[in-house]
Design a protein around this ligand. Structure first.
Ligand code: FMN
Length: 178
């Protein structure tokens, strides 16, 4: 598949088949994330793959209930990738402090999209999830207080293969040449 086709194929998938994803496929996606660039090569991330049924169910209930039930579709995803944002390297933190840029979030974004594009190539559906109960997620998975969970990726084989229309601004609205 050409890269632009892969990018066009990636879309948020919110309905999944119950089938599990083989570990070697998951490892391929993790490898794509591992190779992502990051500020000062900080690699301020780790990925917790939740595919154990018992933990998955507990996490689903705790993460997507109450005010977070806007994302209750995610309760039915067979797999979650809980993305842990770690503290960046000292140099990246310092540069970020003076420039007012939180590089670790940029880094996480790149790594997650690498993961997601590899998953797309494998015929998997994913959805970025930024709205969930972070405190409860950290409790369930024993993630230390100093680390953040900014993103969860829900994942599974899509129920519907059809591509939906991408609503995007036009190229001339978002770019210019000088
Ligand atoms: C950082 C981030 C957080 C997001 N959080 C959620 C979310 O909590 N729930 C959800 O259903 N979609 C979420 N999305 C998916 C976006 O709504 C989606 O990418 C956007 O509408 C474009 O649609 P597409 O992914 O199908 O191209 C998130 C996307 C990003 C990049």
């Amino acid at each position: 598949m050409k890269f632009i086709e892969l990018v066009r194929k990636r879309q948020s998938v919110r309905k999944y088949l119950p089938e599990m994803v083989p570990r070697d496929v998951l490892n391929k996606c993790l490898e794509a994330a591992r190779l992502a660039p990051s500020a000062c090569n900080s690699q301020p991330w780790s990925f917790i793959v939740v595919d154990d049924e018992k933990i998955r169910n507990k996490l689903a209930e705790k993460a997507f209930s109450g005010i977070y039930s806007l994302n209750s579709f995610a309760k039915k995803a067979p797999i979650y990738i809980v993305v842990v944002t770690q503290r960046s390297k000292y140099t990246a933190c310092l540069a970020g402090y003076f420039k007012g840029t939180q590089y670790s979030l940029i880094d996480i974004g790149i790594a997650c999209e690498h993961f997601i594009l590899q998953a797309t190539e494998e015929g998997l559906g994913t959805c970025w999830l930024g709205w969930f109960n972070e405190k409860e997620v950290k409790k369930v998975l024993g993630i230390p207080g100093r680390n953040k969970v900014d993103i969860i990726i829900s994942m599974g084989y899509p129920q519907i293969a059809q591509l939906h229309n991408k609503k995007r601004k036009l190229l001339n609205e978002i770019s210019r040449f000088y």
